[in-house]
Design a protein around this ligand. Structure first.
Ligand SMILES: NC(=O)C1=CN([C@@H]2O[C@H](COP(=O)(O)OP(=O)(O)OC[C@H]3O[C@@H](n4cnc5c(N)ncnc54)[C@H](OP(=O)(O)O)[C@@H]3O)[C@@H](O)[C@H]2O)C=CC1
Ligand SMILES: CC(=O)N[C@@H](CCC(=O)OP(=O)(O)O)C(=O)O
Length: 345
């Protein structure tokens, strides 16, 4: 059994880790932290987990206890993993961080977007960006994983086949993205109230969102050169889900067609589903599931290519992808614990 701990167990990504790991045949969750709920039984807070974690209780974060684990997930706000990751790695514990602490290679860029001093620049060199469709071999050898953000997962998986094949103009990329309210976390915020978020739709951070440099970093690597991306996120009245509508301008004709290009690119990927021509993937088709569903369109045969990409922000956008990384790091079948189909409706 792989012994794991979760720091930040009361948040949405923490409880989603618990739900997924309950179905994992080779993982035992032995530590789960919360400062505010320390002492409380996990099932007292999350009755859906009764029968799975009946003896597990929240404790305050303790480096010694966490250092006894084979792996520790950080499902915490930005900056928390910086403070503890180094100590855990010294104990031989592998670290899988769901926050953005180790996602950006450039310290100054991270500090500018996250508004705080980077707490562990010395660890950046060895941190691996945990997008298996791009970095599978490096993930297998990694001790420290930066799990990609939710929007960055949906946007990169949609654009990568086109950029890698040199099919679209890297200077004219547009990502028009929608998310559900769990993306904002479980903490109380006016914007997440039912009366504020339901029956309404709004863009936010149009002037610049912190996921822009993360997406750019991945797309620059895929293209092997500069790119220009306009990324506009929107808040929608859904609980879970990300829908990305991606626009590119074709500069070359694919050898076969765009559909074949996508199908070949993701033929061996267990968690990317290229849907049949003419499809319009919906967020509910991935609810609770680790799949990214994609469809590629060329409206009226023009030079504009439109990719539709959907994920569950809490699964492929966070906790599911984190479990996929754990499986790879420990030499297990990548799909363990992640096989259940989506909930529909
Ligand atoms: N929600 C989403 O869709 C996604 C979230 N993420 C990222 O995952 C991380 C967690 O997100 P989410 O679950 O939504 O967050 P929540 O706000 O829902 O939960 C945060 C958790 O962290 C704990 N925590 C807060 N501060 C500290 C601290 N200083 N030290 C230790 N524990 C702390 C909290 O418990 P307590 O305060 O009791 O200790 C709580 O359990 C964030 O970095 C987020 O950006 C990534 C992808 C998608
Ligand atoms: C609705 C909402 O606020 N969504 C969050 C994105 C989700 C998230 O938590 O971002 P990470 O994947 O980087 O952790 C936001 O826009 O900041």
């Amino acid at each position: 059994m792989i012994k794991v701990g979760i720091v930040g167990g009361t948040g949405y990504t923490g409880v989603e880790l618990l739900r997924l790991l309950a179905q994992h045949p080779e993982v035992s969750v032995e530590a789960i932290t919360s400062r505010s709920e320390a002492g409380k039984n996990v099932t007292a807070m999350y009755p859906n987990l009764r029968g799975y974690y009946d003896r597990l209780a929240f404790t305050a974060p303790d480096a010694k206890q966490l250092g006894d684990m084979d792996a520790v997930f950080f499902a915490t706000p930005h900056g928390v993993a910086h403070a503890l990751a180094g100590e855990l790695l010294e104990c031989g514990t592998r670290v899988i961080d769901l926050s953005a602490d180790f996602r950006l290679r450039d310290v100054a860029e991270w500090e500018a977007w996250y508004g705080q001093t980077h707490g562990a620049p010395a660890l950046l060199e060895e941190a691996v960006y945990g997008l298996p469709e791009v970095n599978r071999e490096a993930i297998k050898r990694a001790r420290l994983i930066a799990v990609p953000g939710c929007y960055p997962t949906a946007v990169q998986l949609g654009f990568l086949p086109l950029l890698k094949a040199g099919m679209i103009d890297p200077g004219q990329l547009i990502a028009d993205c929608k998310t559900g309210v769990t993306g904002a976390g479980r903490g109380a915020k006016v914007g997440s109230l039912l009366a504020e978020a339901s029956e309404s739709l709004k863009a936010y951070a149009a002037g610049g969102h912190r996921h822009l440099p993360e997406i750019r970093q991945g797309l620059v690597a895929a293209h092997n050169g500069e790119i220009n991306l306009t990324f506009i996120p929107h808040l929608t009245p859904m609980i879970r889900g990300i829908h990305a509508t991606l626009y590119g301008q074709l500069i070359a004709e694919p050898e076969a067609d765009l559909q074949t290009l996508f199908e070949h690119c993701y033929a061996d990927e267990p968690f990317v589903d290229v849907m049949p021509p003419g499809s319009h993937p919906e967020t509910r088709s991935v609810k609770g599931n680790n799949t990214c569903r994609l469809a590629v369109h060329r409206p009226e045969g023009s030079n504009t290519v439109v990719v539709l990409s959907v994920i569950d922000n809490l699964v492929k956008g966070a906790s599911g992808q984190a479990v996929q990384n754990l499986n790879l790091m420990f030499g297990r079948d990548e799909t363990l614990g992640l096989a259940a189909p989506a909930l529909m409706p």
